[in-house]
Design a protein around this ligand. Structure first.
Ligand code: AMP
Length: 387
C-alpha cells in the first residue's frame, strides 16, 4: 500500500489533461499550427514520431523527456556518440517515452538510410542492365513470416527489459502508439504466459523488443531470437528487477548484447545496489555513464503524510479500504491498483457499494482519461482508482 500511496504524488504532470484536451478537441485548420508539439520538434525527433506524440496529446516534453532525449540521441556536442545513461525517475514522470523516443528515432533514421542504400543499389543495377540491353533486375519478394519455411530468428536492434509482464505490455503498447506513423518498424512483446507459437510469429522482423528477462532468455536459448545485433539496451525499473531476483538473467543478457552501442538504466533511486548493477552492465565499468536525476514530487510535497498498514489478506485489505473511504473527513481519494484488471474490478465494486468511483488506466482512450481526471478535479468524482 505504501508504494501505491507514494505513487499518488507521481501521477502524470498536472497540466497533462488540460493540454491533451486541446488536442483531442476538433481542431480548425488555422489552429492546427498552434497544436504542434514544439518542445518535441525542438528535440530534433523524426517527424513520424512528432506526429505520434501529437496524436497522443502530448504538447510539451516532461522534465525527464527534456533531459534524457537529447542526451540519449547523442545530440549537440555528443553528435553521433551514444552515451550510457543512468536515470532516476518515477513511474508517472513520462520516463517510458523518454527512453522509447530516442531509440525509435535512431531506428527510424537507420531504416531510412538502409532503404536509400538499397534503392541506390537497385537503380545502379537497373542502369547497368539497361546498358547491356537487359531487363531491370527484380526486387526480392517479401517473405511471409508466418510460414514455417521462411522462418528466420528475430534480430532486434533495440531491447527494453522490464521486471513484470504488465509493465512490459504497457511499454510495448506505448511503443506501438509511437511508431504508428513509422512504416515498417516493428515492435514485439516477449512475456511469460503467452503461447510460444504466437510469440514466435510476432517476433519475426521485430526491430524493437520489449521483454521480461525469463521468457526472453527461453526464446534466445531455443534460437528464436538472436541478441547480437542489439544496439540499444534499456533496463526499466532496475530496482524492481533486482528485487525480483533477475540479477543473473541481466548478467546473461548483458553478455549476449556485448556489442551494443548504448545502455540506459531507469530506476526510482540510485541506491548502492543499483550502482553496482550499473558498474557491471555499463561500458568501461560505468566510468563514463551520465546520470540524470529528476526531482521526485515527494520532495516538493512536504505536507504528504505516509502511513503503512499491514493487511492479513486481500479480504482484510479490502475491508480496511472500505473503512477509510467511509471516513467523512475524506472528500476525495486516489486508490492505486497494480493492474488494469484489478483497477476496473475495484472501481466497479466501489460503485456497487454506492461510492462515486471511476477507473483510470492506460487501456482507456485519452479522451476518457481526460474526462475522468477533470471530473475528479471538479469534484464530480469522489474516488479515482488508477494504475
Ligand atoms: P510513464 O512515466 O512513462 O509511465 O508515463 C506516465 C503517463 O504520462 C503515461 O500515461 C503517458 O502517456 C503520459 N505522458 C508521457 N509523456 C507525456 C507528455 N509529454 N505529455 C503528457 N503526457 C505524457
Amino acid at each position: 500500500m505504501t508504494d501505491r500511496l507514494q505513487e499518488q504524488g507521481q501521477a502524470a504532470p498536472a497540466d497533462t489533461t488540460v493540454l491533451s484536451e486541446g488536442i483531442a478537441a476538433p481542431v480548425a485548420a488555422e489552429t492546427t499550427e498552434a497544436c504542434l508539439p514544439e518542445g518535441f520538434i525542438r528535440l530534433g525527433l523524426a517527424p513520424e514520431l512528432v506526429q505520434a506524440v501529437r496524436d497522443l496529446g502530448y504538447t510539451q516534453p516532461t522534465a525527464v523527456q527534456d533531459k534524457v532525449i537529447p542526451l540519449a540521441m547523442g545530440a549537440g556536442e555528443d553528435a553521433g556518440r551514444f552515451i550510457d545513461l543512468m536515470v532516476s525517475s518515477q513511474t508517472g514522470s513520462g520516463k517510458t517515452a523518454a527512453f522509447l523516443l530516442p531509440v525509435l528515432h535512431t531506428l527510424v533514421q537507420q531504416q531510412a538510410e538502409a532503404e536509400a542504400t538499397a534503392r541506390a543499389e537497385h537503380e545502379r543495377a537497373a542502369a547497368e542492365a539497361a546498358a547491356r540491353g537487359e531487363a531491370p533486375p527484380k526486387r526480392p519478394k517479401r517473405k511471409n513470416p508466418m510460414q514455417a519455411r521462411s522462418f528466420k530468428a528475430a534480430t532486434p536492434g533495440a531491447l527494453i527489459l522490464c521486471p513484470t509482464r504488465e509493465l512490459a505490455q504497457q511499454v510495448a503498447h506505448d511503443a506501438i502508439e509511437l511508431v504508428k506513423h513509422c512504416k515498417g518498424l516493428r515492435i514485439a512483446n516477449v512475456v511469460g504466459g503467452m503461447p510460444y507459437q504466437v510469440q514466435i510469429a510476432r517476433l519475426q522482423n521485430a526491430n524493437l523488443v520489449v521483454a521480461t528477462p525469463g521468457r526472453l532468455l527461453d526464446l534466445q536459448r531455443s534460437q528464436q531470437i538472436k541478441l547480437d545485433q542489439v544496439q540499444f539496451l534499456v533496463v526499466d525499473e532496475a530496482d524492481r528487477m533486482l528485487d525480483l531476483g533477475f540479477a543473473d538473467d541481466l548478467a546473461e543478457i548483458n553478455d549476449l548484447t556485448a556489442a551494443r552501442k548504448q545502455t540506459m538504466m531507469f530506476s526510482a533511486t540510485f541506491a548502492p545496489r543499483i550502482q553496482q548493477l550499473a558498474m557491471r552492465v555499463m561500458h568501461d565499468g560505468g566510468a563514463s555513464v551520465q546520470r540524470v536525476q529528476i526531482d521526485t514530487p515527494q520532495e516538493k510535497h512536504a505536507n504528504i503524510k505516509q502511513t503503512l498498514y499491514w493487511a492479513d489478506n486481500a479480504q482484510h485489505k479490502r475491508k480496511l479500504l472500505d473503512h477509510w473511504l467511509r471516513d467523512s473527513t475524506i472528500d476525495q481519494a486516489i486508490v492505486f491498483a497494480s493492474t488494469q484488471i484489478e483497477c476496473d474490478g475495484l472501481a466497479n465494486d466501489l460503485q456497487q457499494e454506492g461510492f462515486s468511483a471511476v477507473a483510470l488506466h492506460g487501456a482507456l482512450s485519452q479522451g476518457l482519461r481526460n474526462r475522468r481526471l477533470m471530473a475528479l478535479r471538479n469534484g464530480q468524482v469522489q474516488i479515482l482508482v488508477a494504475t
